[in-house]
Design a protein around this ligand. Structure first.
Ligand code: AMP
Length: 569
């Protein structure tokens, strides 16, 4: 069975194509959304999902979240005594989803279609694939999130042909894609976005405003303290509440005293204005690249949890002079599309064949030097020569010829970059390859450089020396954001040694983590009562007495449910 996985910044989901439709798989807690959070429990075992997210405010140094934003970098996250790469943290989430799907299906799951933001660059995509491998999943395809959303909407569409604009505002990324669906073809016409813009930026804006208004007695954000994690949680909750209501109150406890701030939706919207302004450019760019008039769009489809914000929907309505469509739950729409894709790979019943094309989100090219001046005596280095231009339909293969620039040059070094800038220093370096050439006068030796971009958006580079017929392939390496094959094998072994809480244990761990958060959030008698109920449960767990555990668990669960008015998934 191939599963579909939406590996999100905030939450992740696993889905299947079964009996002619999409099934979303519940996790061990019975939830469809699994927070993309991992962390060490007090006994040194790893927790994944809600239990870890609940510990973000109580144990910030032992917990990690939003690591999708680090994918494609080598920035380590230290949890306890070990340091983790972003791929490893993602792999722990993927492993938990794999286990959920296996329990649900009663069979092993070894293959997956994983979604990535359309705007993920080559390094970020390869890192996602590596995370899949570290989780024991062969990544059958990477599917871009907007394409997934379009597939989910496409299977329910009545018209045979439509031009869809998918606007996806997730936790950490913003993607805009224009898709054309006709005669069983789903073609991406243009993609644009910002991989550093999402719902989290709205939370940052609220946190900063809170600090400006009420932060006088609190430690500054530059000096991280536990109260900041509690404040972030309050800001997240306020943002969500303001999607439904006009007003909310943020409250954190500092030095035993509550610090409160009443926030009205209109004030939130003025705080958020600079973030909203950044959303405009990618939308305009996608339309311009595809040469499409906004009036010719059939539907504007919203995806991503943050698209629930009224200020966002108003922006879209204003730009397009019509209301966007959002009847599929925006948290689920990408996972639903991933299941459709998985079904198509398996040729699932109830699915008409869909041919899919995608586009390269960035221009890919190499560094070149050129000679200018009266006698060609000035050498200009660091210029970017585009080979596959952005929004070229992929799979694609293109080549360019480059020549030697010095007499007796022994090798041509090909440095591969991704980006739109004229100078390579302003683009992202992907890797390099050095090709040996016979020593001859400048310009005499030529190398054909071929770029091939596959349907998952992964790049292969090939160089052919014209005079010798020698061919070299670039295995992109030397890029700190990428794991090599050996490194993946080594890390796989290390992850296997990691002690992870068994799936059946997660419900009770989550309850304890949630109770601990409440303990820190509350004061006085309430806090003492929570503490006592927690101790009773922990003692029962130690004694391993099932009846006692059952009673203590129910008591604590009831207390938490009654007190916790700030819960969200
Ligand atoms: P995703 O990456 O699609 O899971 O989206 C997660 C983002 O959606 C996070 O930044 C959430 O804070 C945000 N989000 C979820 N529900 C709401 C809501 N009701 N109002 C505003 N933002 C939300």
């Amino acid at each position: 069975m191939i599963v579909g996985i939406d590996l999100g910044t905030t939450n992740s989901l696993v889905s299947l194509w079964r009996d002619g439709g999409v099934t979303l798989v519940p996790n061990a807690l019975g939830h469809l959304l699994t927070p993309s959070a991992v962390g060490l429990d007090d006994d040194g075992r790893m927790l994944v999902g809600l239990a870890a997210r609940e510990r973000l405010s109580t144990h910030p140094a032992l917990t990690a979240a939003t690591f999708k934003r680090l994918m494609g970098t080598d920035r380590p996250t230290i949890l306890g005594e070990r340091s983790y790469r972003p791929e490893e943290l993602s792999a722990l989430v993927l492993r938990a989803l794999k286990a959920d799907a296996e329990t649900f299906l009663g069979e092993m799951v070894t293959e997956a279609v994983i979604t990535v933001p359309a705007y993920f660059n080559d390094t970020q995509r390869k890192a996602t694939k590596a995370a899949g491998e570290l989780a024991g999943l062969a990544v059958n395809r990477l599917l871009t999130e907007p394409t997934a959303a379009a597939l989910a909407y496409g299977i329910e569409a009545e018209a045979d042909e439509e031009l869809l604009l998918v606007v996806d505002l997730g936790g950490g990324t913003f993607d805009v894609s224009l898709l054309h669906r006709f005669d069983g073809v789903m073609e991406v016409r243009a993609a644009a976005g910002d991989s550093w813009l999402g719902g989290e930026d709205f939370v940052d804006a609220i946190v900063a405003a809170f600090m400006a208004e009420r932060g006088a007695g609190l430690p500054p954000l530059s000096r991280p303290a536990p109260v900041h994690a509690a404040l972030r949680r309050q800001a997240e909750l306020a943002k969500r509440t303001l999607s439904e209501k006009d007003e909310t109150v943020l409250s954190v406890i500092h030095d035993g005293e509550p610090v409160e701030w009443r926030l009205h939706r209109s004030r939130f919207e003025s705080i958020a204005e600079p973030v909203v302004a950044r959303l405009r450019a990618p939308i305009e760019r996608a339309l311009r690249d595809a040469r499409v008039d906004p009036d010719s769009l059939s539907r504007i489809v919203l995806a991503g949890g943050a698209s629930r914000m009224p200020i966002f929907r108003r922006l879209i309505a204003r730009l397009f002079r019509r209301l966007p469509v959002m009847h599929i739950n925006p948290d689920e729409v990408v996972a639903r599309g991933a299941a459709v894709r998985a079904g198509l790979v398996e040729r699932g019943a109830g699915l008409d064949e869909v041919v899919m094309t995608d586009v390269a989100p960035f221009t890919l090219g190499i560094e070149v030097a050129t000679r200018r001046g009266p006698r060609n005596n000035v050498r200009l280095d660091g210029l970017f020569l585009p080979i596959i231009e952005r929004n070229t339909v992929v799979p694609a293969s293109r080549s360019e010829m480059v020549s030697t620039v010095e007499d007796d040059q022994k090798a041509v070094s090909l440095r591969v970059y991704q980006g739109e800038a004229r100078l390579v220093k302003d683009n992202i370096a992907l890797g390099q390859l050095s090709v040996a050439v016979p020593q001859n006068p400048a310009g005499a030796e030529q190398v054909e450089v071929r770029f091939t971009y596959d349907s998952s958006g992964l790049l292969e580079v090939e160089a052919l020396v014209a005079s010798t017929g020698h061919r070299d392939r670039l295995v992109i390496e030397g890029n700190p954001g990428l794991l090599g094959k050996e490194e993946i094998a080594r890390r796989l072994a290390a992850l296997a040694d990691l002690k992870v809480h068994p799936r059946d244990d997660l419900a009770v761990r989550t309850l304890l983590a949630r109770a601990e958060r409440l303990f820190e959030e509350r004061l006085g008698e309430v806090r003492a009562a929570i503490g006592e109920a927690m101790e009773i449960l922990m003692l029962a767990l130690e004694r391993q007495d099932p009846d006692e555990i059952g009673r203590a668990r129910t008591d604590l669960a009831e207390m938490v449910a009654e007190l916790d008015d700030t819960f969200f998934l």
